[in-house]
Ligand binder design. Structure first.
Ligand code: NAD
Length: 505
């Protein structure tokens, strides 16, 4: 279809009514009586107003989820019923695919095709976990002592899920579908900037008929409502995706109640290009690695590690193509890169550009906000590339989370690995080479949970998404992501009912 803003605007019915939370099967407004304006990052216009939740609503949502799990029997609902509900969500979401994708683009800024791919992923996640709902089989063991032993799998209980703004729908869908399939009840909190697609997903959850309290949506800031969820004694598990510093705080806070914690955190991922790589492919993926999603992708290839002998050929081509990237609103045909999420985040990215220059790195292109024409209203930043970097520079070590690439140069395989592993993060990494054995050696040496050979970014719902080092704990997606919501319980059955004989008196 040809994209125009007129096609997108009708999905914005939130403009006229305050959007609410969903707690214990009902739509509710916060007792705070406060609201939050939601902005379109492409022009900073208000596109919706949502109620601003506080502690009271976090508490109410946890109570509802606790009652639904422990008192009202969601824990023991036949898995096929849970699977059916998840499949219904998938098919209703599929019917409204374009509407959700348009709303995501208006709220997050991402290019429409990206939003559409996200909604398709979300649909598939509900289908995939519906399939797994009936699969957590236990095991039996033949053991001595006239005992028959077995291990059964049980859902963890009340799960609080906290998601970031860069994949608002898809992160929520992957966490919720896995937890619900496992038999947990859920309280979910979107990032305060991007609640709109998740609110609409709850319309679907409501329609398909999840029992009261099984799914709950709270809206508000991380420091108030997120913090309450993390500290709440009745939350059995926290599943968090977001920044590493927030993850560290959550892990400390969760210690008081020994909550299970799943953390999917930040990255500073290396994309290693050897001289023997296919040149055009490597240049192309170097661009996609960092500029897809405006660089606001946890797994972005934000460090390009280039073998010295191809530097002079590679870099001019890379810079020339970066300058040609078509920047615009996500709803416009042909847009290849959209705006950053907010003015505050744009400032943080531009501050990193200044830091890079002050540290002595060489700015090859970009580094500026776009201030021409219509784009001046939005949070648009040029594709930016730095070279002449040193490993200890902040722009090399810290996650910028924007369209900023830093180049590092190496001469040997060993040096490439040392540079690649030389940050606190360990989320993703790629290697480009036509030498199969070398590719395998490098992959083996990389400290990263998601890796590619001769590609960057493609991943799939069936595989675990997890970070090494400070990029996280545990996994989302795949069977591993499902296991995160299950406990194991030993059941030991005596084959003869008789006293132990231990006490002689
Ligand atoms: P963030 O950490 O600022 O916020 C994430 C979520 O946590 C939001 O919902 C926020 O409201 C909430 N939050 C903030 N403080 C909290 C607290 N003290 N207690 C509880 N909740 C709190 O991250 P962000 O800016 O929304 O997202 C960007 C970050 O997310 C980047 O670092 C990115 O790499 C990371 N990320 C990681 C993955 C992954 O799978 N590893 C995926 C997407 C994003």
């Amino acid at each position: 279809m040809t994209l125009t803003i007129e096609k997108f605007e009708p999905v914005l019915r939130e403009k006229t009514t305050v959007q609410r939370m969903y707690i214990n099967g009902k739509w509710v407004t916060s007792v705070s009586n406060k609201t939050r304006e939601i902005l379109n990052p492409a022009n900073n216009e208000v596109i919706a107003v949502v109620t601003e939740g506080v502690e009271e609503e976090a508490n109410a949502a946890v109570k509802a989820a606790k009652d639904a799990f422990y008192k009202n029997g969601w824990k023991t609902v036949y898995a096929r019923i849970r699977a059916d509900l998840l499949l219904k969500v998938a098919s209703k979401l599929a019917e409204r695919k374009e509407e959700f994708a348009m709303l995501e683009t208006l709220n997050n800024g991402k290019v429409y095709e990206d939003s559409l791919a996200d909604v398709e992923d979300a649909i598939h996640q509900f289908q995939y976990y519906a399939g797994l709902a009936t699969k957590p089989h236990g095991q039996t063991y033949e053991v001595p002592d006239e005992i028959r032993a077995m291990v059964v799998r049980e859902p963890i209980g009340v799960v609080a899920q906290i998601v970031p703004w860069n994949y608002p729908l898809v992160m929520a869908a992957q966490k919720m579908s896995a937890a619900l399939a496992a038999g947990c009840t859920v309280v979910i909190k979107p990032a305060s900037q991007t609640p709109l697609t998740l609110i609409r997903l709850f319309e679907i959850l409501d329609e398909v008929g999840f029992p009261e309290g099984v799914v709950n949506l709270v809206l508000g800031s991380g420091s108030v409502i997120g913090d309450r969820l993390v500290n709440h004694p009745d939350v059995d598990k926290i599943s968090f995706t977001g920044g590493t510093s927030t993850g560290k705080q959550i892990m400390k806070d969760a210690a008081d109640t020994i909550k299970k914690v799943g953390l999917e955190l930040g990255g500073k991922s290396p994309n290693i290009v050897f001289a023997d790589a296919d040149f055009e492919t490597a240049v192309d993926y170097a661009l996609l690695a960092i500029f897809a999603g405006q660089g606001q992708v946890c797994s972005a290839g934000s460090r390009l590690l280039l073998e010295k002998s191809i530097y002079d050929k590679f870099v001019p081509k890379l810079v020339a193509r970066a300058k040609k990237i078509k920047i615009g609103p996500g709803w416009q045909d042909g847009t290849e890169m959209g705006p950053l999420i907010s003015q505050a985040h744009m400032k943080s990215v531009l501050d990193y550009v200044k830091i890079g220059v002050e540290e002595g790195a060489e700015l090859l292109c970009g580094g500026n906000r776009i201030t021409d024409g219509e784009l001046a209203k939005g949070n648009f930043v040029e594709p930016t590339i730095f070279t002449n970097t040193k490993p200890d520079m902040r722009i090399v070590q810290e996650e910028i989370f924007g369209p900023v690439l830093v180049i590092q140069v190496f001469e040997t395989e060993e040096e490439a690995l040392e540079l690649a592993n030389g940050t606190d993060f360990g989320l993703a990494a790629a290697v480009f080479t036509n030498d199969g054995a070398k590719a395998q050696r490098v992959i083996r040496g990389l400290q990263a949970g998601i890796t590619w050979i001769n590609a960057y970014h493609p991943t799939f719902n069936e595989a675990p998404w997890s970070g090494y080092k400070q990029s996280g704990i545990g996994a989302d997606l795949g069977t591993y992501g499902f296991e995160e919501y299950l406990l194991t319980k030993q059941v030991n059955i005596a084959l003869h009912v008789q006293p132990s004989g231990w006490y002689k008196g």
